[in-house]
Design a protein around this ligand. Structure first.
Ligand SMILES: Cc1ncc(COP(=O)(O)O)c(C=O)c1O
Ligand SMILES: [Zn+2]
Length: 419
């Protein structure tokens, strides 16, 4: 397995890879995992040597920070579909549009990529109990992986602000679900405090190991495009861990000599929870946390994202941007993706499609572009939102006539039968 260390993203101090740290003891900033890769890894290992390994997170094990593969807690996560969207291409006038469908993961969101690595690290650390703050999907994923590892699990979620599907997942996997009277940022503050107690192993995206698992989606996209990268990558931003993970994955491909460029990273936030967007458009070097956040895309309802610093860097250094879209645009995008392409995304997962539509209409991207949209979570996570926005069901009597009338096809049917 690879040798690795933890390095502070602020002051650059380095720590042992086996240290149980969630932030830099010297300056308090976040930590990143850095590797000492041997020459073999630089020879495009997974394309040349690993053809027999299935697509998925552990295909890239030489670039993942675990001690012993036999202890890995996995449900074959990753290996998600990259789906060509020809109807959207035609309607928007963009040459190539793909969805990377992270709803294909074991618990229905991209979080599983991070949890397979993170919960493995919790096992290595001899933890008794995992803990996280969550807008929903992190809790579903952590609960499932902790159950599989035989660890206790406690999740803190904002009361009444998490989607039904996610809540039911956390409960059925046996997590202690605590509905906090406060928002996600309150939950995160509390679990960070609690994680000083060694009984708790913290698995929010400040845990540097989670992003290592999540970066593998960038490697997969490269492979699925036949050894190439998109021009643009559209991705939702909540706590901003995932965009940083993709950035890291694509930079790895560059330092491995497999690509010359990086995709432009195009982050999208909801208008009611967009501190990174505001900092981006103001050209500010820091974000201003937002106290009262609100959006139907509850997964990205976050006012004080911890990974903001690297997210801004990722966007600037790749020539990308951050946009904020309205709830109406998100719901429209969700419906368009489902009705034109057959792909069901939860609202946060549909936000990159909202950005794509806006970017295509405003000419922010060229017509001959190749775009990959990261659909981060399955639509069944949040069925309520669809039922609320879809109008009433049509109730009918159990007879042909009533059904044809409801379908507004009764007259033609009668005419056909009279011939
Ligand atoms: C479906 C979905 N999309 C996007 C995000 C945002 O990811 P991140 O917090 O890494 O920015 C989340 C986070 O909970 C999510 O559940
Ligand atoms: Zn530091």
């Amino acid at each position: 397995m690879p040798k690795y260390r933890l390095r502070c993203i602020g002051c650059g101090a380095e720590y042992s890879g086996s240290a149980r740290l969630y932030s830099c003891p010297a300056c308090g900033d976040l930590l990143d995992v850095v590797y000492e890769l041997d020459d073999e890894v630089f020879k495009i290992p997974w394309l040349r040597n690993f053809e027999s390994r299935p697509l998925g997170v552990w295909r890239y094990r030489e670039l993942l920070p675990v001690e012993d593969l036999r202890r890995v807690v996995s449900m074959n996560e990753g290996g998600t579909r990259l789906i060509r969207c020809r109807n959207l291409e035609r309607e928007l006038g963009i040459k190539e549009v793909y969805v990377k469908y992270e709803g294909d993961n074991p618990t229905g969101s991209f979080k599983d990529r991070g949890m397979t690595v993170g919960v493995t690290k919790a096992v290595e650390a001899g933890a008794e109990m995992t803990i996280c703050a969550s807008t929903g999907n992190t809790s579903s994923s952590l609960a499932a992986y902790s159950a599989r590892a035989g660890l206790g699990c406690a999740v803190l979620v904002p009361s009444k602000k998490i989607a039904l599907g996610k809540l039911s997942q956390a409960l059925i996997h046996g997590a202690k679900v605590l509905a906090v009277r406060g928002n996600f940022d309150d939950c995160l503050r509390i679990v960070r405090e609690l994680s000083r107690d060694p009984r708790f192993y913290l698995l929010n995206s400040i845990n540097p190991f989670r992003l290592e698992g999540q970066k593998t989606a960038a490697y997969e996209i490269y492979e699925q495009l036949g050894g190439d990268i998109p021009d643009y990558l559209m991705i939702p931003i909540g706590n901003a861990g995932n965009i940083v993970a993709y950035w890291k994955g694509f930079r790895d491909l560059k330092s491995l000599g497999m690509v010359d460029e990086l995709p432009r990273l195009m982050g999208v936030q909801a208008e009611g929870a967009c501190p990174i967007y505001r900092a981006f458009v103001e050209g500010a070097n820091e974000i201003k946390p937002i106290e009262n956040v609100e959006t139907i895309a509850t997964a990205i309802r976050i006012g004080n994202p911890v990974n903001w610093k690297r997210a801004l860097r990722a966007v600037k250094e790749t020539g990308g941007l951050v946009e904020a879209v309205s709830d109406e645009e998100i719901l429209a995008a969700q419906r368009i993706l489902a009705s034109r392409e057959g792909i069901f995304a939860e609202p946060a997962g549909a936000s990159p499609i909202a950005l794509l539509i806006r970017a295509a209409r405003r000419g922010l991207i060229e017509h001959d572009s190749r775009v990959v949209c990261i659909v981060t979570g399955h639509g069944l996570k949040d069925p309520d939102i669809v039922l609320k926005s879809s109008g009433n069901l049509i109730e009918v009597d159990a007879e042909i006539d009533s059904i044809l009338r409801a379908l507004e096809m009764r007259d033609d049917y009668a005419a056909d039968n009279s011939h």
